[in-house]
Structure formats: structure tokens, C-alpha cells
Design a protein around this ligand. Sequence first.
Ligand SMILES: [Zn+2]
Length: 548
Amino acid sequence: MEPFRDILETDRIHVFDGAMGTMLYAKGVYINRCYDELNLTNPDLVEEIHSEYLRAGADIIETNTFGATAHNLNQYGLADNLHEINVSAARIARAAAGDRAYVAGAIGPLGLRIEPYGPTSFDEAKDMFKVQAEALLEGGVDLFVLETFSDVSAMRQAIRAVREVSDLPIIAQMTILTDGNTSYGTTPELFTARLDEWGADVIGLNCGVGPAIILSALEKMRAVTKKKLAAQPNAGLPRDVQGRQFYMCSPEYMSKFAKRFIQAGAKFIGGCCGTTPAHIKLISDAVRAASPRAQNVVLTSGALAHVTDVAPADLKLVPPAERSHWSRKIVNGEFVTSVEVLPPKGVDAQKTLDSIRLLKEAGVDGVNIPDGARAQSRMSALATAVLVEQQIGIESVLHYCCRDRNLLGMMSDLLGAAALGLRNLLLITGDPPKMGPYPDATAVFDIDAIGLTNMVNKLNHGLDIGNNPIGQPTAFCIGVGVNPGAASNTRLKQARSMPSRSLFSTLINYATSSKRSSMCAFPLWPASGRSSRIATRSFCITKFPAFG
Ligand SMILES: [Zn+2]
């Protein structure tokens, strides 16, 4: 595993674990116990919780040492065990993580007020943090996470303490209230600037009052620092519903926020009090979709030249106008029409095909077939497309997504699709499988839609992903989905700079007053990629009742 400091240089997004205390309580440890002492008295239970978070997809787990400082332990008469509690905690986490995940030494506030608000001096505070940091380091942590701090001065002493014993990376996380500031009234802009200046490697927020407040604070923090940001909200404050206390932040709700944290610039996302492995599983799926395991190819205008350079010289590439009826019409600027039809749920495609025959008679240009719609079990979109083309004789536009197959599986599918005569692809990343009857289905996401587009473009140039010749090149007409209404247009710019020089489709989803419908616009970006004109060239009706 590369050192944690190296991953700070990348743009990858990493997933932290969720709450330890919540899980210990759920497993029967009552709240009058010292949870940090369990590192000595019940290490198996602590390790079991770490393992549950790792299975849920955490890349970084935190040691069970949030309260393992002198003053807190003293309340249970355990101050003399401080060193062994912290060393043991780090070893338990290390054993669970192996070389698959990082171990963060967790350090919380001292539980005392420090000057000028209390009797503890800055140096005394620093020394208390230092003994904990030394023990965590001895136990083998990869980084430190200083968390749930309200007093920025206390955080400063914790940073000093860690720096006196180690140069491992420090993630410094403050906690804020509903007004968006710390309980001391410090604004996110102010504490972010200070933590940056004092040497935190990553600046973040944890616990607090749920994800919504954290999101707006992250946006303020982004404006004042170039350091990476972290967000680990709790599951919100319990709400009283007819006398019962409910945590309103379901795993589903948290995972929606995970996407928004990413858009706001967070690179480390996890959960605090009230979050469980179920939350981390959905957060992890959302993060994998946004941050594929393989790095994207860096897209520059030279990328196409690169493909051309390595492609065998005697290849005859198929020009866009000759790839398909669909492709030719788009190249000629003609209006094309398509209807989206879901693959059948069972093995009998007859009803679907009968419906499509009517579409052909009505003069529709193509049938677009979504891939794994809502994670239901249906016939594969690829097989459906082959049936449609071979039995009805109308072109299909096959949606092909990165969610369900690894790189090699996708390569095999696409070579097969080409051999079976399919030509029109809509390449998409795909949503994590979180709904429908199989919420535990795993998502692969080796690459995202941009990586996939590069892969298909290479196939169109006679090369596989390893630049090995495949013989005759494929002749795919490549479409991608773009959301012109997104807050950031980075992806749109990336899509437009892609080397495929192909035809990009824009999938615009909008809600009508009564029911959701969607429209596909197929803009034609010329080979230069300079025009930003988006012309509507196609209509797509989703879930037309007869074709469900
Ligand atoms: Zn918390």
C-alpha cells in the first residue's frame, strides 16, 4: 500500500468508516462503560466492528480512541492505562485493516477547557495530546485524525503535539452547530484559514448536526484553502415524532449527500455518531461511481493523435457517416427519433418485440435500450439489442454502463456487440445499485464513462485497452450522457475534449408537472470540438406504457 501522504497528491476520493460508539452500543455495551477500555477488555468486539466497516467499503478506519486522553480516562480510573489502551487500539485496527485499508489514529478533545477559557495551559494541553499520539504511533497508525473539536486553540495544540512526534499526515476536523459555526462562534472560513496555516494536511468537519449544514460549510471552506477537505457528518439530531426519537438521516439520504460533498470538493467522506456499516456501504457505492478505481486518462487535444500513432497503419477506419443509419443521419444534421424500451423481465421477449415492430412501422429511427434500469433483474440490454436488430430490423442504441463489469468484461462485451452487428452505443457510468430488490448487489466501476469512451474509441482504431491490435477496427457510433443543468460543467468540458470526435448525445432529464419524462438531445459537435451549440435532434420517450 502506498504511504497515506502519497494519496494526498491524487484526486481520488476515499471513504472513512462510520461510528464506533453507536456500533458498540448496538452490540450491547451500555453507555456507562468506558468505550476506550474495550481495546483491552474486548478487542475482538472492536475488531469485529472495524471489519464490518471494511466490508462495507471503508478505505480508512479510525482507532477506537476518541476519548483515550488522560482527563477522560481518569473519570473511569483508567488514566494509568492510557498508553496500553492506545497502543492496543492501533494494533486492533491494524490487524483488521491489513494492507487493504489505512488506519487513522483518532484523537478527540481533552474534555477540559484550555486557556483563556479554563485552567489548562496551551503547553499542558499539547503534552496531553502528545502522550496519546506517541502511543498511537507505536501501535502502527498511518495517519492521525483530530476530530470533533469546537475550540480551534485546542486543535492547534493537538496539531503541535502530533508534529512533535511524527510527520504522518494530519486530518483536522472541527464540529459545527446549526448556525454553521463552532460552539465558540468561529466561522468555517476563519478556522479553515487557521488550520491551513498551522499545518493540517486535510481540513474537515465531523459529527455536528447532520449533512446539510456540513455541505454549506464545506462550500465556504473550499473558498479559503487549497488543502483537501473531509466530511464525516453524524446521522443528524434525533427528531421527536409523536414521542419517538428518529434519526432522519437514512443510509440512502447520506449517500445522496456524499455525492454533493464530492461536488463541493470533499476528498474524504465518512460518518460520525449514528452512522453504521449500512450508511458506509451506500456512501462507498456513491463514491465509487464518482471516483473510479482506475485513474481517468488525462484528456488533451493530443489524445487522438496518440491513438492514431499507435494504431496499425494499414487499418481502414470507418468514417462516422458509414457506421450506421443512425450515425449517418446525425452527421447529415437530420432529425432522428428514438423510443426507449426496457429489456424484458423474463426470457420471453415477444411482447417487447411486437411493440417495437409497431415503432418501426411508425418510422422511428432507433430503439434505445437502458442498461440495468433501476438495478432490476432483466434480460441484458446487449442481448435485447441483438434480438431487436436481428428480428425487427430496426437499429438499437445500446446504453452500456460501467457499473456491473470489470474492464475485461466490458472489452469482451463490446467486441461481441461489434461482431453481432450492433453499432450505436450510449456510454454511461451508471448509478450504484441501491434500489430495487437487490440492494446488496456490488458495483464495479473500474472506470467511468470517460474511461469507457476512450476504450471504445481505441476499439474504433483497431486497438484494445493495452494497445494490442484487434484486427479490423470496430465501427461504433459513440454517444455519452451529459447533464447541461449540472452545477459544474467540468464533465461537459471533459466530454467535449474527448478524443472520439464522435457524436455526443445529451440526455436531459426534466420533471414535468405530473410525471417524469425525459428527452434526449443529440447535439453534433464538429470535429474541432469548438462549437458549444446544442441542437435538439432527437426525442426519446421513456417508459411508453406499451413497452414497459
Ligand atoms: Zn460524532
